[in-house]
Design a protein around this ligand. Sequence first.
Ligand code: FES
Length: 373
Amino acid sequence: MPVLDIARARVTDVVNAFATPLKASHYVELVNPLWTSHKLQARVEEVWDETADSRTITLRPGRNWRRHRAGQYVRLGVPIGGRRFTRTYSISSSPERRDGCITITVKVLDGGRMSGHLVRELAVGSYLPIGLPQGEFVVPDSTPVRPLFITAGSGITPVMSMLRTWDLVGNMPDVAHIHYAPHRYDVIFATELARMAERHRRFRFEPVLTRELDGAVEGDRHFGAAQLDELCPDWRERDVWACGPQSLLEAVEQHFEDAGRSRYLHIERFRAPLADVPDDAEGGEATFVSAGDRVTALAEPATPLLRVAEDAGLNPQHGCRMGICHTCDVPLVAGRVRDLRTGDLIDEPGQLVQICIAGAAGACELALTTPSN
Ligand code: FES
């Protein structure tokens, strides 16, 4: 350990002994929230509107931040109306950026409480809790690649981090990038991508405008076999990274499975793939028990119980909101819920329920505490 770090650790130990029950870091937070060691925060340095409904937010993470790999995401907490919401966002900036900042680029989702807040209301100078970079949606460092990127909407953000990195270090591989957006004005980073394509002959950017037919092109402009053959004839010789809405990812997955090339396909999802809820499925009254209080709300069968609880004014613990991290696990007290990914019913009292991907299947009661609390 460097001498300075040893000295800092010893001083911190001494200060902690006097600061009990708080840590020195709690006092440091009053001076500068980025200097704390007990939690990681980031300051909003700048906001920039990319399109009418998407915004890039520049964040300066505090001490203890770990440099990301291009393609990774971070978990971000945002206080809204006295409650804290958490979502994950891909980092859109390159890890080669030298000013200690990262960017995320957020698109407003239909009914998206947090995306709406980040794009319309977040103020420069705010401090937000942030996690460390995570994720496997990265291009290997060790082997040369010929990537085909297939993205739509804000699914372009992890890919942008990769492209910016290759652009910055001057080492652009042979890249084909197909990107879907409704209209030309919806293409996030359009100008930067066009300039990048001018600078690098090996980078081919193919925007597909699904609602702009230009009079010349007729028919369905969504992903399909014939279109892929036309836009990237050598797709069978490439590794593929795809990120976007569920409908695109399902079509891409099916296509590469049919072609026997699933192992060359890397997919990044920001929502759990959900099964169809049966037409005759019924929701019911969901009761959430928390610290002795009971809150009951009407729950539709396809609405995640996490969302139902939040809409009822509660603040359940959660992380990824897509059935991966298990931060939202709570025990079922009574009644029945449905796993929205598989359609399986859960009705055994005491069984843990991931409320971010479970809906009510009749009346149900859940204890809003995680086993670790
Ligand atoms: S929030 Fe991550 S599994 Fe539910």
